[in-house]
Design a protein around this ligand. Structure first.
Ligand code: F63
Length: 398
């Protein structure tokens, strides 16, 4: 049981003079936020530091052990800056004190970067990690990754200090690229990826490495991170806490299966536009910040574009396209018993000609599961939560 009285008592026993907090003088009753018995908040030292800081002006000084205990508890926030058309979101990260912009990807588990080991013909225009400054080679370890869009990279592995929004991994596996595919070379905003899926799908061989989140999670105030992506504007990833100002209503949680290494869950019924007819269930899906679009079961895709008169499947473009002047219906999906709305305007992804636009909803044919990519995630506030006995996903309206 953690309560204000306890903290005040602690201040008293610490032999410190303290005035009765002014907001309590003369009051006979006050309420204190209770924490369920037995739920030990990792952020107890943080709470104490806040008390000491609050009364520093009247001389309260935190004992050294409280300072160090609080320092061991981390949390932080990093901006998620959209590329054009929100193709991906890039976040500033320092590696061995060197700054790179990385694509945070909840659909993969490798932290890899352009490096001084990448051929110049493949790395021109990118920030590069130089492992010789402070990196420690993980001898004999290599990596090789291929993504759903066919892009990929490979290389060798170092250990170095990685800082994300003030959260520090003192010895994080940093995968330095010795080869990258053309779509990475040409995307000069993107200096690599920071995987946030489960470490079971990390590609380093012979010794799989932990993701940045798995490396730091035991030091976080709460073992979770949140994604607050936005349409055409900077959002943020928060590590170690939930910022309640970033969403409206309540967060609903849904169970996660980790057997494929993804943040995999079961999405419920869907509907198109204002129609309330639930047209069946979406089913098995992953929450993937590293995928730009939504890839849904063909039945849902057909139902959606049936309501867009100019829509047609373009085999040359490899997806559904429609007139850029089309008024698109919302796409609604139930998760954890709550219906989330993807605004129709979010589903006009980008122009492909003077008159045709490419759909933000496409079919999951050949993928094997549904992907809720950035088109969905920028419509919600998402919680990637390992603070409970089993991992779970949380979603709220933003
Ligand atoms: C667009 N191709 C290059 C590129 C940027 C980010 C990624 O990585 C991906 C691609 C698809 C799914 N998940 C991560 O590839």
């Amino acid at each position: 049981m953690h309560s204000f009285i306890t903290s005040a008592a602690l201040v008293a026993t610490a032999g410190l003079a303290y005035a009765v907090p002014h907001e309590l003088v003369g009051r006979s009753t006050f309420s204190v936020k209770q924490v369920a018995a037995g739920k030990v908040l990792k952020s107890g030292p943080l709470a104490m530091m806040k008390t000491y800081n609050k009364y520093a002006k009247i001389g309260a000084v935190a004992p050294a052990n409280v300072v160090s205990a609080a320092a061991a508890v981390q949390s932080g926030q990093v901006a998620a800056n959209p590329e054009s058309y929100d193709e991906s979101y890039l976040c500033p990260v320092t590696i061995g004190g060197q700054s790179l912009n990385l694509d945070f990807d909840t659909g993969s588990a490798d932290l890899w970067v352009f490096s001084t080991l990448t051929p110049t013909s493949e790395s021109t225009g990118h920030a590069m990690y130089n492992p010789s400054t402070s990196g420690t080679l993980k001898s004999g370890e290599t990596w090789d990754i291929t993504y759903g869009d066919g892009s990929g990279a490979s290389g060798t592995v170092y250990a170095d200090k990685v800082v994300v929004g003030g959260v520090t991994a003192t010895s994080q596996a940093v995968e330095a690229a010795t080869s990258v595919s053309s779509s990475f070379t040409s995307d000069t905003d993107d200096d690599g990826l920071l995987g946030l899926a489960f470490s079971s799908i990390n590609t380093v061989s012979p010794t799989a490495q932990t993701t940045f989140f798995d490396t730091v999670k035991s030091t976080l105030a709460t073992k979770l991170f949140t994604a607050d992506l936005k349409k055409g504007a900077a959002g943020a990833y928060d590590f170690g806490y939930i910022d309640t100002s970033k969403y409206t209503g309540s967060i609903v949680y849904t169970a996660v299966s980790t057997s494929n290494g993804f943040w995999e869950f079961t999405a419920g019924g869907y509907s198109v536009g204002t129609s309330t007819t639930v047209s069946g269930s979406i089913g098995d899906a992953i929450a993937d910040t590293g995928t730009t679009l939504m890839y849904l079961p063909t039945a849902a895709v057909t139902a959606y574009y049936k309501q867009v008169s100019s829509a047609t499947y373009s085999s040359s473009q490899g997806g559904y396209v429609f007139s850029c002047t089309a008024t698109l219906p919302n796409f609604n999906v139930a998760i954890g018993g709550k219906t989330f709305v993807v605004p129709g305007s979010y589903i006009n992804y980008a122009p492909i000609s003077t008159s045709q636009c490419f759909g933000g909803i496409q079919a999951n044919t050949g993928i094997g599961f549904t992907i809720f990519g950035d088109i969905f995630l920028k419509s919600v506030f998402a919680v990637f939560d390992q603070s409970q006995t089993a991992p779970r996903l949380g979603f709220a309206e933003q």
